[in-house]
Design a binder for this molecule. Structure first.
Ligand code: KG4
Ligand code: ZN
Length: 348
């Protein structure tokens, strides 16, 4: 079964064509990172307009790449279904993707599947020769979500815990801003951290009532307090007044100490859940799962059942959406085209 996936929930307009939930035939991604970097973060209205301009071209590119030399109608004939992220995410972007998917499904008479973007991140791990075996313990850490999920099967899954405030990626982005590093914060903090001392600044790890929940807001505030002290400021010093008073080495050390704290927090929860639920596979997904320090640290923890997906499939992409749609199609009827609405706060 060949599925065309569409993803537009944040700042990437992405399409992909995936066969049988495993084989990536093609993908096309139009990233808006350079546009949003000027503003230090994603501006929703700007994102929606960019999605609108990019969505049809990226559909065409993915189709041409998957079926080279085949004419357009014949290529559409090879596509069995269309899948789209319809939530959670930014409503304008979701609307562009969802309405495009609905329109294409109507024009080309294809079954349509609405996909949960965050669960999609977990399914990036099925785009591999060695597919995860159930029960699967999944950690997703992205710019909007941080959650631990136990999947007993493709249809039976349980949310073990999630963030109570900021997502892990969001914390990377906000701390990067304080340090004067560009958006997106994650890769830039990771790069700065390579030259820093992760033990230089002692930062707190939140302790939660539900041991599988996360909280990164206190960590972000702790970084701010330490930065204020470091530059001889006070509690009233604004986070925007700090970066140009820091030396390069201070930036590197803060980046390394912050990254280490997030890495240890994520690893600690994953280890606890592994002990309690003894899964057959452990997977990680979402933009923060691209973090090399997280991968290096996890690989020293004696977790033989842990596997990693391709780094390029951790950040937002449409392959994971088409992949999840394949499994969803085995157990669920497609949605009626007019019934598929965007759901910006969709949960599991
Ligand atoms: O999954 P994703 O592409 O989009 C959302 O669904 O949010 O994740 C984006 C987030 C951003 O916060 C970004 O800073 C973070 O993932 N990120 C990273 C890395 N690459 C992206 N965080 C840490 N290390 C990285 N290498
Ligand atoms: Zn995402």
């Amino acid at each position: 079964m060949i599925i065309l996936g569409i993803e537009s929930s944040c700042d990437e307009t992405a399409t992909a064509i995936v066969e049988d939930g495993q084989f990536l035939l093609s993908q096309a991604i139009e990233s808006q990172v350079d546009i949003h970097a000027q503003y230090g973060g994603v501006v929703p209205e700007v994102a929606s307009r960019s999605h609108l301009e990019a969505v049809i071209p990226v559909v065409s590119i993915a189709i041409k790449k998957a079926f080279p030399g085949v004419d357009k109608n014949a290529a559409w004939g090879k596509i069995d279904a269309i899948a789209v992220s319809h939530g959670p995410g930014l409503s304008g972007g979701l609307l562009v993707g969802t309405l495009t998917a609905r329109t294409l499904a109507m024009i080309y008479s294809k079954p349509l599947y609405g996909i949960n973007h965050v669960l999609g991140h977990t399914y990036a791990n099925w785009l591999s020769d060695k597919q995860p075996e159930f029960p699967v313990l999944s950690l997703t850490a992205s710019g909007g979500h941080t959650q631990l999920v136990l999947l007993e099967s493709h249809t039976d899954y349980k949310l073990l815990g999630q963030t109570r405030d900021d997502a892990a990626g969001e914390a990377f982005d906000k701390v990067a801003k304080m340090l004067g590093l560009p958006y997106p914060g994650g890769p830039n903090i990771a790069q700065a951290a390579q030259k820093g001392d992760p033990t230089k600044y002692k930062l707190p790890k939140a302790s939660m009532d539900n041991k599988y929940d996360f909280s990164f807001s206190g960590l972000k505030t702790a970084v701010l307090r330490k930065l204020q002290i470091e530059i001889g400021g006070s509690n009233a010093t604004l986070s925007t007044q700090i970066a140009d008073k820091l030396t390069d080495q201070q930036v590197y050390d803060f980046a390394a100490s912050f990254q280490q704290t997030v890495v240890e927090t994520l690893t600690g929860k994953l280890l606890k859940a592994n002990e309690e639920f003894a899964p057959e596979s452990i997977v990680i997904g979402g933009g923060v799962a691209a973090n090399q320090q997280l991968r290096d640290h996890l690989s020293t923890q004696g977790l033989p059942k842990l596997s990693y997906t391709d780094i390029a499939l951790c950040t937002d992409n449409a392959a994971m959406i088409a992949c999840l749609a394949y499994y969803q199609s085995q157990y669920q009827e497609p949605v009626a085209i007019d019934d598929l609405l965007v759901s910006p706060s969709l949960s599991l």
